[in-house]
Design a protein. Structure first.
Length: 131
């Protein structure tokens, strides 16, 4: 019940300050946990739009962008749009290679396709992204 109860609070926070990117990410996470797949893609997509190109972003902003790509991908995956979802996971892993979430999401993508070998290889790549 908690994710569902949190959604309206995050919606109010975003409505009060549309530039509050952490609130938009919170809304996306809560909506995804509440199984409302359209809302996370919209909320996380607004973060991607607000941040723009990666070449001028701070490390915190890059982390938000990576999280937003992962959340958009998870929302797309819940709507069975796996190819589009995987592209967002790939982008997230390129933007924040040390973050575990995109790698886990890519591994889950491979598991849904019954490709355990690739899922394991993806987790291993994510555990040591510098190689």
């Amino acid at each position: 019940h908690q994710p569902t109860a949190a959604v309206p609070h995050f919606q109010a926070a975003v409505a009060a300050d549309p530039k509050a990117l952490p609130a938009a990410l919170g809304l996306a996470k809560a909506a995804l946990a509440a199984k409302q797949p359209e809302l996370p893609a919209e909320a996380a997509g607004s973060v991607l739009f607000a941040l723009g190109p990666t070449d001028h972003l701070t490390p915190d902003q890059l982390n938000m962008m990576g999280a937003a790509h992962t959340l958009v991908g998870q929302a797309l995956s819940h709507r069975n749009l796996e190819d589009q979802a995987f592209e967002h996971f790939r982008r997230a892993s390129a933007i924040v290679p040390a973050a575990p979430e995109p790698w886990r999401a890519m591994a889950a993508h491979y598991l849904r396709q019954a490709d355990e070998t690739q899922a394991l290889a993806t987790l291993e790549a994510g555990s040591n992204p510098a190689t």
